[in-house]
Design a protein. Structure first.
Length: 382
């Protein structure tokens, strides 16, 4: 009985081994045969792959999750086809006890594998090349880029929520920050954290968002969005800091303003603390996600108070903002900021207890309004 089992295993191993040994040459011969005798269909297949790749490249150029899926699906399909060509012989070779029967199986399986391999090598490069061309074109043609952003908002953002959150905190693209940023009393160095994240994500035309888990100072994978919106794919949680970028300048009501203040959407999505980098201006703000959930549950309007401090390191100015969202007008109530002593603000934020009262306790710098560079007050809301 053991002898029979050994013979069966040798049969399987002999057939599979010969198939794999002959596969490279057989695949090359299949490609050469297509070029010499079926060139029309070969070029047709490559042209279709090129076109599909270009179309997907344009549509998904701003959608990294869907783009990864679009690349993984054909790769998996091609791999599955080649694997099935090999595995189809398993079992059938079990009782192939003669050289002739084994050779027949080798010839049949090698032919299938050669066809699958040739199709993969003939179309996959064209698909990838087309995808690259589509991405290149979308970056240079405004209408195509707008189309790609539309796909991001309609499909990419919802798709991100389907990915298990734990995958956003592990693997390439995540980062472990120094534990010295978090103090034993629970306060943290918001100033240094903002500097580190801002240096990694200069404005490049779209918002980039990340989350920082203070318990272990782990930074989630960066996710790009559109010029005016973004979604990480998972909700904020206690003990985290949300970071994202805003445009340095944006248009609102027919004028250009800085984009440093948090939007009403930022307040809805941030539980405790958020950081915005807008050009050279850094904003640290207090979230209102709990208030949003409470108002939604009660069926009342959401009119939070926006509390934020903006830092302009270049001009060494700090401004504290505190104004309510007017839900009927769809904007914040116009208000002047409170200028703060810059050095004292840096000191507080370098060991911030995450309490807005600590910001309110900073000495005002009323001499700020004598500064001729008053354009800093034009901090936009969108």
């Amino acid at each position: 009985m053991l002898e029979d089992l050994g013979q069966h295993v040798r049969n399987e191993a002999a057939v599979v081994g010969q198939v794999l040994a002959q596969a490279p040459g057989a695949i090359w011969e299949e490609i050469c045969n297509d070029w010499q005798h079926d060139r029309h269909n070969l070029l047709k297949r490559e042209g279709c792959a090129l076109g599909v790749g270009a179309g997907l490249g344009v549509l998904l150029s701003r959608s990294p999750v869907l783009g990864g899926v679009a690349l993984a699906v054909p790769t998996f399909a091609y791999g599955l086809g080649m694997a099935s060509a090999v595995t189809s012989v398993l079992g059938r070779a079990w009782d192939a006890n003669t050289q002739a029967s084994r050779q027949a199986l080798v010839s049949e399986t090698t032919s299938k594998l050669a066809r699958e391999g040739a199709t993969t090598l003939e179309t996959m490069p064209a698909l990838i090349l087309g995808g690259g061309a589509g991405v290149w074109a979308s970056r240079r043609v405004y209408a195509l880029d707008r189309l790609a952003f539309g796909v991001t908002e309609a499909a990419e953002f919802p798709a991100r929520s389907l990915i298990p959150e734990r995958l956003s905190w592990v693997g390439p693209g995540t980062k472990k920050l120094s534990s010295t940023l978090l103090m034993a009393d629970g306060s943290f160095d918001a100033l240094k954290l903002s500097e580190l994240l801002a240096s990694q994500h200069p404005w490049q035309g779209v918002e980039v968002a990340r989350a920082v888990r203070l318990s272990d100072m782990r930074v989630s994978r960066a996710m790009p969005g559109t010029p005016f919106s973004n979604q990480l794919g998972f909700p904020d949680a206690p003990g985290r800091v949300l970071f994202h970028t805003h445009p340095p300048v944006l248009a609102t009501n027919g004028r250009s303003v800085l984009g440093a203040r948090p939007s009403i959407g930022d307040l809805k999505e941030t539980l405790d603390v958020g950081i915005i980098q807008s050009g050279e201006v850094t904003t640290i703000y207090q979230g209102a996600a709990r208030e949003f959930v409470a108002s939604h549950t009660a069926g009342t309007s959401f009119s939070p108070v926006m509390r934020a401090v903006t830092l302009d390191r270049q001009h060494q100015t700090a401004l504290a903002w505190e104004t309510r969202w007017d839900s009927s007008a769809g904007s914040y109530v116009p208000t002047l900021p409170t200028p703060l002593d810059y050095n004292q603000t840096l000191q507080v934020l370098s060991r911030w207890d995450r309490q807005w009262s600590s910001i309110q306790a900073i000495t005002p710098d009323w001499g700020f309004f004598a500064n001729p560079d008053i354009a800093l007050l034009k901090l936009g809301v969108y």
